[in-house]
Design a protein around this ligand. Structure first.
Ligand code: FAD
Ligand code: SF4
Ligand code: SF4
Length: 477
């Protein structure tokens, strides 16, 4: 091992080639190219094979990172794929969109003194290669089971659970109110971070493995929650969080002020080739406009970079804290800056100006005060520091809260937490309703794809235990 690994002392970190900002501003394709075989091997060989791998400890899926890095360095890619896919349902997706700087790579020990191993890029390379080589086989359960599971929501949590349950031979049907599978992977996250073909490929793979999909099916609307429960032995709720947070400022109802997710869904649909009247009418198209995006999270970063690609005249991101205190990934901020986005840090909207539509945002400068009980610094307006930004399109990206789930599902016994997320037993993922489980953002609040995958896998294991316990008690009767 030794001669192949531990190369970090003389081999510098090399991330996959990034397309030039000018070129990538013109399309929605991913901005990072893929490693070639030599770069993947060389970069994997930089790993020092830690006895206690902090990278794995800080990966929500506890991926066996040092081992698949070693196999990659040795050119044993098929084995690397087997190992990587044993703990992660969608390694090629996490490799692309995990905030690695905060998770695995940010905790790589060689980061101290040297630059970290490029774990995400290698993870992506392994599974992309596996698909190309035909190593990714459809799910083939050893035997079929009669019990069925209904999963509400085809996002990463629902899909990870579907895969794990189907592997065990359960009859799995996934319901989604959208017309395509993927949740935020397909309609939220833009193609320049995650190309749509990658998501569509997984949809096909799950169908080939026997997972059934019922789309355009709003549970609680077209199909009642009670009917779904009656139809399946167990139900998993993986519906995500979608209620946008609002801005309380004069003029916030003016035409031209739009919610972030509506804007991103429209853009993603356009990229997928759909007819999108709201885009063609100009309502959700930034072309030729002065655009102001309000917020500092991943959603705001995706909006500013989408607006650039649509040909906006100017794009400004208004965020009330500073760069160091923003929730979005710093890597994405750097990419946005390269692409021409202007950041107005420590600034918040005071009012939206205009008569028949928004024409400007009046904002005020903020400063960071003393930390509150949570340790986060408070923000306070600086009197007399107002300024005005021209704006024909304002995008609100202030985050999401859960919808009213008991109301939507017409079931008052579905218990919630103080934050409106579904209350579950943290060990079993079961909600207050027997046989109804929940996973992903609807339990955690807005989070990350990798956590949704983890929850989906864990909830699936728990559903399996539930069925086992049921058949034991039936046998005892
Ligand atoms: P979702 O992905 O939201 O999927 C839920 C699904 O349930 C949806 O398809 C929805 O249509 C369906 N549904 C909801 N209600 C019903 C109903 N009543 N009936 C039927 N179907 C229903 N995370 C990262 O790790 N990296 C990123 O770069 C990143 N970027 C992001 C960018 C944006 C714009 C957003 C909004 C989020 C981003 N995230 C990112 C967060 C990540 O996408 C989510 O944490 C993750 O998708 C949550 O997965 P989920 O399966 O719980 O829910
Ligand atoms: Fe890193 Fe995410 Fe992959 Fe885990 S799943 S190794 S955190 S990129
Ligand atoms: Fe390798 Fe870094 Fe993980 Fe150590 S922490 S095993 S060097 S990737």
């Amino acid at each position: 091992m030794a001669e192949r690994m531990l190369q970090f002392t003389h081999l510098p970190q090399q991330t996959p080639e990034k397309r030039e900002a000018l070129e990538r501003r013109a399309d929605f394709e991913e901005i990072y190219k893929r490693f070639d075989v030599q770069s993947a091997k060389a970069q994997a060989s930089r790993c020092s094979q830690c006895g206690i791998p902090f990278c794995s400890i800080h990966c929500p899926l506890s991926n066996n990172i040092p081992d698949w890095l070693k196999l990659t360095a040795e050119g044993r890619l098929e084995e690397a794929y087997e190992l990587s896919s044993a703990t992660n349902t969608f390694p090629e997706i996490c490799g692309r969109i995990c905030p690695q700087d905060r998770l695995c790579e940010g905790n790589c020990v060689i980061e101290k003194g040297f630059e970290s191993v490029t774990i995400g890029a290698v993870e992506r390379y392994i599974t992309d290669t596996a698909f190309e080589q035909g190593w990714v086989k459809p799910i083939q359960p050893r035997h079929e089971r009669a019990e069925s599971v209904g999963i509400i929501g085809a996002g990463p949590a629902g899909l990870a659970a579907a895969e794990a349950l189907r592997q065990q031979g359960y009859q799995v049907t996934v319901y989604d109110r959208h017309d395509r599978v993927g949740g935020l992977l397909i309609y939220g996250i833009p193609g320049f971070k995650l190309e749509k073909d990658i998501v569509l490929r997984r949809w096909k793979w799950l169908e080939e493995g026997g997972v059934k999909f019922v789309l355009n099916a709003d549970i609680g609307g077209k199909i009642s929650f009670a009917a779904l429960r009656a139809q399946h032995g167990a139900v998993l709720v993986a519906t995500g969080v979608y209620k946008p947070r609002e801005i309380a400022a004069p003029g916030s109802g003016l035409p031209g002020i739009v919610p972030a997710l509506d804007y991103l869904i429209t853009s993603n649909r356009k990229s997928l080739g759909d007819a999108v009247p709201e885009f063609d009418s100009g309502k959700f198209n930034a072309a030729g406009k002065n655009v102001v995006v309000i917020g500092g999270g991943d959603t705001a970063m995706d909006c500013v970079r989408t607006a650039i690609r649509q040909g906006a005249k100017s794009v400004t991101c208004l965020y009330r804290r500073d760069k160091q205190n923003m929730p979005g990934s710093l890597r994405e901020v750097a990419n946005a800056e390269d692409e021409g986005v202007i950041f107005s840090w420590l600034a918040a909207p005071e009012a939206f100006l205009g008569d028949i539509g928004v024409t400007a945002v009046r904002a005020i400068k903020m400063h960071l005060g003393l930390p509150d009980a949570s340790g986060r610094q408070s923000v306070e307006a600086i009197e007399g520091s107002s300024f005005t930004l021209p704006a024909d399109l304002v995008i609100k990206a202030l985050g999401f809260d859960p919808e009213d789930m008991p109301g939507a599902f017409n079931d008052p016994f579905l218990k919630l937490t103080a934050w409106g997320t579904l209350k579950t037993n943290p060990k079993t993922f079961e909600t207050s309703l027997p046989g109804v489980f929940a996973a992903g953002d609807i339990v955690r609040g807005a989070s990350l794809v990798v956590w949704a995958i983890r929850d989906g896998r864990d909830a699936a294991a728990s559903i399996q235990q539930y069925f086992k316990a049921q058949s034991l008690s039936q046998a005892a009767e």
